[in-house]
Every structure is written in C-alpha cells, then in structure tokens.
Design a protein around this ligand. Structure first.
Ligand SMILES: [Zn+2]
Ligand SMILES: [Zn+2]
Length: 226
C-alpha cells in the first residue's frame, strides 16, 4: 500500500502482515503427514497450523529515490487463524557465526524461491499463500521454511505443492539457478511481499540448500504419494 504525503514528496509503504507466530493447530496433531522418509538433509511435512499475524508498523520512503525516512510503529491487534501448511525442517548448521548467518540467508532465499515457483506449479495467485522461515522454530529448535494457505481453513494450495514436492523443488531451483542475475532480482528471488524488504538473501547459498534438499530426496527415494 502506498500513501502520498506532503504534496507527493514522501511515500509510506506499509509493512505486509508479519508472521508473529506459527504453531501446529490443536486439530493438526492428528492430521500431520510426513514425507515417507526422513531425508538426510531435511524433512518435509504437511498439516494444520495456527498462524498469528500482525502489522507492526510501516516505513516511510522518499517517493522518487526510495530513501528510508523512518519507521512508524503501529499498535494493531493480532489476526489468528488455522490453515494448512507445508514445511521443510533442516538440520541445524554448524560452523562459525559467519557460516550460520550465510546459511540463514540461504534459507530465506529458499523461502522466496518456493513462493515464486508455487503459483507456476499449481496455478494460484502469489497472494494466495504466505510464507516464513526461521533458524530455530520454537517446536523443535531447528531451521524451517514454512508455506501456508492464506485463506483461513486452507484451500489445498500448499497440499497440492506438497504432493508434488520433487517437481516444486526442481522448479524452484530452475527459477533461481537459471536466472542470469548475480544476487537475486524480481524475476527469481525479490518480492514486494517480503517482511524484511528482501534484505539478507543469499542466492548462491539458497541454490546450495535447494540442491542438498533435492539430493536427499532422491537418496531417500522420496515420494509423498505412497
Ligand atoms: Zn534473478
Ligand atoms: Zn523475505
């Protein structure tokens, strides 16, 4: 959303709904489905979740230059609902703090790549799904990428992606690896729906993480339909 102020000199860009929390729904404990095999470098799952979102504020930017002019906090109520989600869980990375930060930026890139590929794979609108990532989800302490149906209750978009996960991973990798840009561009990784305005994204690390997920999937003979 863009709002002109001061005779068109500044533009306020609202921060999109921020995922404040995402946890397994009460009913989800009976519904959770895992990929048939846990993969050496990741595990895929699908089930009901409770998403809690809130708008925390908006940033002001110059209309022409997009120069950052300040952040205005907002005190708005949370929005909480149950929906259907697909999530990938990865092993915690070792190494130095710098290496873990690089892994985190790659995980963020994987979230964006899967979000970019899903509408192509299943024919939905990019706004039909939400997504988030974390280096330590409160349920297990492990890194996760989560995509969920925006519609309360869920409408089957992420389920469709989960059932076609090998094709989804392949397409996400092709979108990012096949793009000639160096660090990510609107055709592959950048999106106006990112909560952090596309900061902290590492295209090369994202490609490496997607490849490790692909390798583990083929090593395990992964097939969620079986
Ligand atoms: Zn690109
Ligand atoms: Zn993002």
């Amino acid at each position: 959303m863009k709002v002109r102020e001061n005779g068109g000199m500044t533009v306020s860009t609202a921060v999109p709904f921020k995922v404040a929390d995402l946890s397994l729904a009460e009913s989800g404990r009976h519904q959770i489905r895992l990929a048939e095999h846990e993969m050496p470098h990741g595990m895929a799952a699908f089930g009901s979740v409770r998403v809690t979102q809130m708008v925390t504020g908006y940033s002001k930017r110059a209309l022409l230059t997009e120069q950052f002019l300040g952040f205005e906090p907002l005190d708005l109520p949370e929005r909480s609902y149950e929906t259907l989600a697909m999530w990938l869980t990865l092993p915690a990375p070792g190494g130095s703090e710098e290496e873990r930060f690089k892994f985190a930026m790659g995980l963020h890139a994987v979230e964006h790549a899967l979000s970019t590929a899903l509408p192509v794979l299943v024919g939905c609108d990019p706004g039909d799904t939400g997504s988030t990532w974390t280096m330590g989800h409160h349920s297990c302490g492990l890194p996760m990428v989560i995509l969920f149906d925006e519609a309360p209750g869920g409408v089957g978009i992420c389920e469709s992606g989960f059932r076609r996960l090998p094709a989804w991973l392949d397409l996400a990798l092709r979108v990012v690896e096949g793009c000639p840009c160096e660090e990510g561009c609107p055709a592959c990784l950048l999106t106006p729906r990112c909560e952090s305005r596309n900061a902290a994204l590492d295209k090369r690390q994202g490609i490496a993480t997607l490849k490790s997920l692909q390798l583990s999937r083929s090593a395990a003979g992964y097939n969620p339909r079986r």
